[in-house]
Ligand binder design. Structure first.
Ligand SMILES: [Zn+2]
Length: 297
């Protein structure tokens, strides 16, 4: 399935180095590689002289030092966060202390009470933005304007940011050029994710700058492929339900052959997200009161 998505893993990144791509866009990548972060979290520097930073990343002193050294005499005036996962936002507090710049994001990490043991959701629960942004809100700095685009799905407080001067969209973890996004309930929501992907198709952004991996030069082609991929996955899950599979584990074993063992748990959550979406649409239902078995309606 995944081979139909035009992913690329070509990504030049020397840790500690600031790459300049356009008059207003620079990027420096945190050294936090992993199965979900690819080579690491991208921090973007927007503008010249008085700049904004999008996603300072985790607390990583070497990264913050490289960022500040690279900026030299330039001043950070704004700090933007795409969302509150720990690979994106904790560095904001450190950067705010040093620069005095306020933070801008949709809101704090969502609190969701789950039955059973509380999973570690990778959230930065200490973060509260100085300014909570709404969908469509614009923030202007010195020579740049960023528009908040609310894109829940990966997490309910996820924002993309559009740099108006370059029709460039900073897509965070919503759309990435190297891999699909993790949509893991209860923080992730497949229905919201589909809607937020469709929302990008209605825009006319020229390029995407994701929080992991390289820029996406044909953004709508990728977004359409991601939608098609999820629709295919959903159809495959309906087929597994038709075939008599009832548990998520059975479906994962059939649908995700040869995957990295570190990603099996995430695959299960993705299947769960699809099943919850099918339940919301009235296509599937729970087969047991414990809500761990599923049937077609
Ligand atoms: Zn994330």
């Amino acid at each position: 399935m995944a081979d139909k998505i035009p992913f690329t893993r070509n990504f030049e990144c020397e840790y500690g180095k600031i790459y300049q791509f356009s008059p207003l866009i620079r990027r420096i990548t945190v050294k936090n590689p992993g199965p979900f972060t690819f080579k690491g979290t991208n921090s973007y520097i927007i503008g010249r002289g008085e700049v904004a930073v999008i996603d300072p990343g985790p607390v990583d002193e070497a990264h913050i030092r490289a960022l500040l050294q690279g900026l030299g005499d330039e001043r950070i005036s704004h700090i933007f966060l795409t969302h509150t996962h720990r690979d994106h936002s904790p560095g904001a507090a450190r950067l705010k202390t040093i620069s005095g710049a306020p933070t801008y994001a949709f809101g704090p990490h969502p609190v969701i009470k789950t039955a059973g043991p509380q999973l570690d959701d990778g959230g930065d629960k200490d973060f509260t933005p100085d300014f909570a942004l709404k969908d469509g809100q614009e923030i202007a700095g010195s020579g740049w304007t960023l528009e908040a685009v609310h894109t829940p799905g990966h997490i309910s407080n996820h924002l993309c940011f559009c740099l108006a001067e370059e029709k460039a969209l900073f897509t965070g973890d919503h759309v990435m050029g190297w891999s699909t996004s993790v949509i893991a309930p209860p923080w992730g929501h497949m229905g919201d994710y589909f809607t937020a992907l469709e929302k990008l198709l209605e825009r006319d952004d020229d390029i995407y700058w994701p929080a992991h991996g390289g820029q996406v030069k044909r953004p709508k082609t990728l977004t359409r492929a991601l939608i098609a991929h999820r629709r295919m996955r959903e159809a495959a899950i309906v087929e597994r339900l038709k075939a008599g599979d009832r548990s998520i584990a059975d479906m994962v074993a059939q649908l995700y052959r040869d995957i990295d063992p570190r990603l099996v748990f995430a695959a299960g959550l993705s299947v769960q997200a699809h099943l919850e979406h099918l339940i919301e649409k009235g296509i599937a239902g729970y087969a047991s009161v414990t809500q761990d078995e599923f049937i077609l309606l």
